[in-house]
Write a protein that binds this ligand. Structure first.
Ligand SMILES: NC(=O)c1ccc[n+]([C@@H]2O[C@H](COP(=O)([O-])OP(=O)(O)OC[C@H]3O[C@@H](n4cnc5c(N)ncnc54)[C@H](O)[C@@H]3O)[C@@H](O)[C@H]2O)c1
Length: 407
């Protein structure tokens, strides 16, 4: 019986909370653990902490009596399955920083019951499950049997078409038994589970997916600069190329890459390649091209804004439309560059409550320039265009006219 199976999810963020919601819906007993006491307090008040799970989803989970949210790891002691969904950022020199993943693993190893299945969903380099997670368990709980698997999350927050139920799930197990248990577990909440021959295949596939995106984004970013130098609209060029029915996949240039995946995961691949005496030159160059994009947008904005006392509004502070996630957001970088250069910079984002001690700007007139960094359906773009604001469009979505400028 599903209702008898206890699952703990370590980390109740963009990856962990939607998973908790699906598992509770499927009949599992779920303990959501997070070291962020504020998040846990909000969840316990029936408040969500991310966009893809609503307040009523959270209340619904509590109403089943099969969900608890806690910061106390002792609550996971009876769990049959423990899933790790904690951040795996970069350190100061752009190397993997697994501090949170390793501390979560240590905390789990201290209390997990014998025979539990431990699954890592956090993105990391090949060998993370086999060499790091398993070794921590062996040190802390020698002679106790556990199963281990890797099932990288592919969720795209804010994507209304593909959620984690209908996005095929890769699963790699340390042993045949681990694999079979993990496949069985994910089959309860994912329509398609794809077993692979080892955790390393799953780990490397995840890095490939996001490096593929990073490289292609860098390519169209460069193309945007080439097209603009000859006065050709890059979006028209891309649409034209996309009419080819095979061998082409459409990527579009933007204000830059951000979030917890595209600017981060390829650096895990790059670091890993170096550890193995290999190279990932293409990934490294693509990273550089993408990193430079916010500076180029800021430079263009300064040219357009003119005087140093100009007032500039940035629309869309999240790293992509419809998210409050500011991690690695290009708009945040542009905001910082313009502010340091002495401009008066304001922001608009209907998903972000506060930023830089300022609240969201609601009055859009009287700006010397609007940087339309991300589409925001609540922003009155028509009004801004009617008011003849000068707009630097980084989305390619605004029809070209006298006061609309492309990057
Ligand atoms: N956000 C995405 O779009 C996305 C998509 C696919 C994969 N991933 C990967 O999933 C992982 C989690 O990312 P996220 O976006 O959910 O991060 P997040 O910051 O939204 O959530 C992670 C949560 O883990 C908590 N946490 C940190 N250390 C902890 C610990 N030791 N014990 C318990 N809780 C701890 C944090 O407080 C946070 O609430 C990362 O490896 C990320 O690369 C993210």
């Amino acid at each position: 019986m599903l209702t008898g199976i206890k699952v703990s999810i370590i980390g109740q963020g963009y990856v962990g909370l939607p998973l908790a919601h699906s598992l509770v819906g499927a009949g599992f007993h779920v303990t959501g653990v997070d070291i962020d006491e504020t998040k846990i307090a909000l969840l316990n008040k029936g408040k969500t902490v991310i966009e893809d799970v609503t307040d009523s989803d959270v209340l619904e989970m509590f109403n089943t009596s099969r969900y608890e949210a806690t910061s106390n790891f002792s609550a996971i002691a009876e769990s049959d399955v423990i899933v790790i969904c904690v951040p795996t950022p970069l350190g100061e020199s752009n190397d993997p920083d697994l501090t949170l993943l390793l501390s979560a693993t240590k905390a789990i190893a201290q209390v997990a019951k014998s025979g539990a299945l431990i699954v890592n969903e956090s993105t990391s380099f090949p060998g993370t499950v086999r060499d790091l997670i398993v070794n921590i368990f062996r040190e802390i709980r020698p002679n106790v049997e556990f199963d281990f698997a890797c099932a990288p999350e592919r969720v795209d927050p804010g994507n209304s078409k593909w959620g984690h139920t209908d996005t095929p799930r890769l699963v790699g197990g340390l042993t045949e038994k681990s694999l079979s248990r993990a496949v069985d577990f994910y089959s309860k909440v994912c329509n398609q589970v794809i077993p692979v021959s080892s955790p390393e295949v799953a780990e490397l596939a995840k890095l490939l997916e996001n490096s593929f995106r990073q490289v292609n984004i860098a390519l169209v970013t460069e193309l945007a600069e080439i097209s603009s130098s000859i006065g050709v609209n890059v979006h028209e060029v891309i649409e034209a190329a996309a009419t080819k029915p095979y061998g082409f996949m459409k990527f579009t240039p933007s204000v830059g890459v951000g979030g917890h995946c595209i600017p981060v995961d390829p650096m895990y691949l790059s670091w890993f390649a170096k550890q193995k005496g290999s190279k990932s030159e293409l990934v490294d160059v693509a990273q550089k091209v993408n990193e430079q994009r916010p500076d180029k947008v800021a430079q263009r904005a300064m040219e357009l804004a003119g005087k140093a006392s100009a007032r500039i509004l940035i629309v869309g502070m999240g790293y992509k439309p419809n998210t409050s996630d500011l991690r690695e957001s290009p708009s945040v970088k542009i905001y910082g560059i313009l502010k340091s250069a002495g401009y008066e910079v304001c922001w608009y984002d209907s998903f972000v409550d506060a930023f830089d001690g300022k609240s969201c700007e609601t009055h859009v007139a009287d700006f010397d320039l609007i940087i339309y960094a991300q589409s925001d359906s609540n922003f009155n773009l028509d009004n801004a265009i009617r008011e003849k604001n000068r707009i630097l469009d980084c989305t390619g979505k605004i029809k070209k006219s006298e006061n609309i400028f492309q990057i």
